[in-house]
Design a protein around this ligand. Structure first.
Ligand SMILES: [Zn+2]
Length: 225
């Protein structure tokens, strides 16, 4: 996708009084816009974003990267929504770092326990299958295959089901594709897990950036569910 240089507008307390009166908030940070803020309007849905939030979303929204060159004049214009926008990212709230860490901690505690239980179940089934004699031989391979697939996907792609790992479900977070707004898919979720060992390095190199390495690589953001 082409990246456009965003049209940035600095909110003027007088010229944009109509806009400030609407008391709108940045969809990502949840903070109300104030005079002096540098903002960008998505050309598709006309939602307003702080410049940093726009950049955080990869300079795109509604699956496109164009921004309004003119500060919208009327309220009706700024609130009108394009019909072909299937998703609505404007109501989303970005997850806090502590919430994400808590969800990760819960996953780290719960997944090994579930893994242990799963191995016990598979072992139990294998015992039964082996007692069947020669016909059991085919099923033995099948049980091991299913055991490995079902046992490893939740570990390698934790957010695969509905964009939520167990920890995210408990904390109330969700991983979504940052341009479509849909839940993270298997590949995106897998990329996030692969990035995990390198996240501390990313944090040390850039403490200001709210994105994790996995967010960038997988093109996802984590939001409150
Ligand atoms: Zn939009």
């Amino acid at each position: 996708m082409a990246t456009f240089r965003p049209h940035v507008h600095q909110i003027d307390a007088y010229a944009q009084a109509h806009f400030l009166k609407e008391e709108r908030q940045d969809p990502i940070t949840g903070e109300a816009f104030v005079a002096g803020d540098s903002i960008v309007f998505c050309a598709a849905c006309r939602s307003a974003f702080l410049l940093e939030s726009w950049q955080y979303m990869g300079n795109q929204h509604c699956g496109q990267g164009q921004t309004l060159a003119q500060f919208p004049k009327s309220q009706s214009l700024t609130l009108s929504k394009s019909k072909n926008v299937a998703h609505n990212l404007t109501d989303l709230r970005h997850a806090k770092k502590e919430e994400r860490l808590l969800a990760l901690f819960i996953d780290m505690m719960v997944l090994p326990i579930l893994g242990g239980i799963w191995i016990q179940i598979i072992g139990f089934i294998l015992n039964i299958v082996q007692s069947l004699g020669s016909i059991g031989l085919f099923f033995e391979g099948l049980v091991i295959f299913i055991g490995i697939i079902v046992g490893t996907i939740p570990l390698l792609a934790r957010d695969f089901i509905g964009g939520k790992s167990i920890g995210k479900r408990i904390v109330g977070l969700r991983s979504i594709d940052r341009s479509t707004g849909e839940s993270a898919n298997l590949l995106q979720s897998f990329k996030k897990t692969l990035s995990l060992p390198f996240e501390p390095l990313r944090f040390l190199l850039n403490r200001q950036d709210p994105k994790t390495l996995g967010d960038s690589w997988s093109d996802t953001i984590v939001v409150k569910d």
